[in-house]
Design a protein around this ligand. Structure first.
Ligand code: ZN
Length: 314
């Protein structure tokens, strides 16, 4: 039976499995994407309901999730969700959350010790949470054999050197202390800057703006391509209106420039765009239409997990 919390797709020799931690109405549209007015949502109602917009409450529907990427014989996780038992007083959805992401990973054949590489596209609470878990009251790496790849600019900004994000949001310090510092202490962190090649198919690249170190992960194999864009996009309306940044973008102007650059290239090179928080299928083709960006074909809908047969080809 298909698991609604799992979707899979294939890019050349790379297999990608989406494992959802939580999904639902996340925040009011005017709060999450303040630049996009109600006419934008109404005008695209058919494309946005139900996976990306709940019209009755006017909430953005979003997912918190991780992506399992099987590439060159190794298992890579892209972002690690919110985690369990975190003190996040400014976010009721994240605060002291208890979920079963490790169980869901295990059901697609990924035990903690199987993970070789963890990619954090940036250091926000919903991208680094399962980096660690509680072991006898101490936070320790959840994936004991993994190398954790962290953007150096985010580590500097959100770590002690940057006053934990300049002290703007108290949760940033808590996040760094429970989800990033323990990875450093275990000697499992690698900081990178600019560009970082993981293997023949996977390359990390800086795309700052949402945070100083925000990254995209490019996938290329046998002529097929995808790009994990992290929080460059929170909703498909930002593909249609790339000038609209989210309320969480620390440098909105830089975020717009990175969003446009990455989307232009995705079109030119035929990359499937896979944002961190889209509901539904999780990824979408982007096209040019009348001088702007348009939504193309969505990635495969709910399909079998990799352990129960050949995953759906994107
Ligand atoms: Zn996020």
């Amino acid at each position: 039976m298909a698991d609604e919390n799992v979707q899979s797709l294939v890019i050349g020799d790379v297999e990608i499995v989406r494992v959802v931690e939580w999904q639902g109405p996340f925040a009011p549209t005017r709060v999450l994407v303040p630049g996009c007015g109600p006419e934008v949502w109404q005008g695209r109602r058919e494309e946005l309901v139900p996976d990306h917009w709940e019209p009755d409450s006017d909430h953005v529907v979003a997912a918190l999730q991780t992506w399992v990427v099987r590439s060159a014989g190794r298992t890579v996780l892209v972002d690690t969700g919110v985690g369990n038992g975190r003190e996040r007083p400014s976010n009721p959805l994240f605060h002291r959350r208890q979920g079963d992401l490790p169980g869901r990973l295990e059901r697609v054949g990924v035990r903690p010790e199987d993970v070789d590489v963890v990619v954090n596209t940036h250091i926000h609470a919903d991208h680094v949470g399962w980096n660690t878990h509680d072991v006898d009251g101490e936070w320790a790496p959840t994936f004991p054999n993994a190398r954790y790849l962290l953007p150096a600019a985010d580590d500097a900004h959100f770590g002690p050197a940057g006053g934990y994000g300049g002290g703007v949001r108290p949760d940033d310090r808590l996040t760094y202390e429970d989800s990033v510092a323990p990875v450093h202490r275990a000697g499992s962190a690698t900081l990178w800057d600019g560009e970082h090649r993981i293997d023949d198919h996977l390359t990390l690249e800086s795309a700052p703006g949402h945070t100083p170190g925000s990254a995209v992960l490019r996938v290329a194999s046998r002529g097929e391509r995808a790009v994990f864009v992290g929080d460059l996009l929170h909703s498909p309306v930002q593909v249609l209106h790339p000038e609209c940044s989210s309320c969480f973008c620390l440098d909105p102007r830089q975020a717009v420039a990175s969003r446009r650059r990455v989307l232009e290239r995705a079109i030119d090179q035929g990359e499937l765009v896979i944002p961190a928080h889209f509901g539904g299928a999780g990824g979408v083709e982007v096209r040019r239409e009348n001088g702007t960006f348009a939504l193309g074909r969505w990635a495969g809908r709910s399909g079998p997990a990799s352990t129960s047969g050949r995953p759906a080809r994107y």
